[in-house]
Design a protein around this ligand. Structure first.
Ligand SMILES: *Cc1c(COP(=O)(O)O)cnc(C)c1O
Length: 351
């Protein structure tokens, strides 16, 4: 059989049907708005910038993990789990939203924190922002030093919980596996329908990429739809080569999970990791400028770890003339503003 013989007649309807067949726990406010960034576009004078508002997914102050958790918590419930276990950095948005989704679903939540960022980054880093919210949401916690093998720690914690009689469901860091990434294939479908309604041709999609589920789901979803435009991930942790490899591996697994017959081209995965700065979670001048610009020109709050660095990359690329002046460039706002409260001093908040 040729590849084209495997192509469904209506790829959007086919993708929707495959996604609708997956167990799902509705916990995100969808669809999220797609809005023009008029004042930022005029200020930069390079391209037509748009914002896909995944900071508005609801679920305990919003963010991209809500879309993944719809499918992860759906799977946990389908398997009869009574507890979810996951891990993340101390100011993890993923951990915060997992605790919220578990609370909504009536599941116990246990989190493993890696002290990945030197807490000296800010006096509030270890206690405020997401750490405060996750405590409020009722999650149990264990703490581990930087560079712990967190996947191994997760497996050990799950074994402990099992020995105590619990039925744990393991959610990887960032919710990034094929089940979680399905939430971002669903976002691609949502954007496809939104762009059609608005008569908008999207030329580029840009967003912050970390544990890779967001980009993998978007790339797999756009591939399933036969909807070709570059999806550019702005890295926040790894260098370009390993980041692209990780995204590609998960994008392929997600495409297979979604029963997409046609091979995913390697070129569909692009990451730019020039905006990481000194490391994960560490502030850069570009991030601070991006957070302040979006706040003051658009009334939009980015975050210091992901969307702020992603937007710093987008701003720099616009200034360098990377996009055609009339190109429609959508930035996916993945949320995370709660972490701002862990970076008070970085934004000029004194003692
Ligand atoms: C987790 C996260 C990301 C990165 O998404 P991945 O799917 O992990 O690549 C981006 N922005 C925010 C605010 C996040 O919390």
């Amino acid at each position: 059989m040729t590849a084209s013989a495997n192509k469904p007649a209506d790829p959007a309807a086919h993708l929707a049907a495959v996604i609708d067949a997956a167990p799902r726990f509705r916990c995100a406010h969808l669809p999220t708005p797609l809005e023009p960034l008029q004042r930022l576009s005029a200020h930069l004078g390079g391209a037509n910038l748009w914002l896909k508002r995944d900071d508005c997914t609801g679920l305990a102050t919003g963010g991209n993990k809500a879309r993944k958790l719809e499918f992860l918590i759906g799977a946990a419930r389908a398997q009869g789990a009574d507890t979810v276990v996951t891990h993340g950095a101390l100011q993890s948005n993923h951990v915060r939203q997992t605790a919220a989704a578990a609370a909504m679903a009536g599941l116990r939540c246990e989190v493993l924190y890696e002290h990945r960022v030197d807490a000296a980054v800010d006096p509030d880093y270890a206690e405020s922002g997401n750490v405060l919210l996750t405590r409020l949401l009722g999650a149990g916690r264990r703490d581990f030093p930087k560079d712990t093998d967190m996947d191994a720690a997760l497996a050990e914690r799950a074994a402990e919980l099992k020995a105590e009689g619990a039925k744990p469901y393991l959610i990887p860091g960032g919710g990034s596996n094929a089940v979680g990434a399905t939430g971002y294939a669903n976002c691609a479908l949502e954007l496809f329908e939104q762009a059609a309604q608005m008569n908008l041709t999207i030329d580029h999609l840009v967003h912050a990429t970390g544990s890779t589920g967001t980009q993998a789901g978007l790339v797999a979803g756009c591939h399933a739809l036969g909807w070709p435009f570059p999806v550019l991930g702005i890295g926040v942790r790894l260098p370009q080569a390993p980041q692209e490899e990780k995204v590609f591996a998960l994008a392929r697994a997600t495409a297979a999970h979604l029963q997409v017959a046609e091979e995913l081209p390697r070129e569909s995965v692009r990451a730019n990791c020039d905006y990481v700065g000194d490391g994960y979670g560490l502030p850069t001048a570009g991030m601070i400028e991006a957070v302040e610009l979006l706040a003051r020109l658009e009334g939009v709050l980015l975050d210091p770890v992901y969307a702020g660095k992603g937007m710093a990359g987008l701003i720099d690329l616009v200034r360098r003339g990377f996009f055609a002046p009339d190109a429609n460039v959508v930035f996916l706002h993945t949320g995370g503003a709660a972490a701002l409260f862990g970076y008070r001093g970085v934004f000029g908040g004194g003692d």
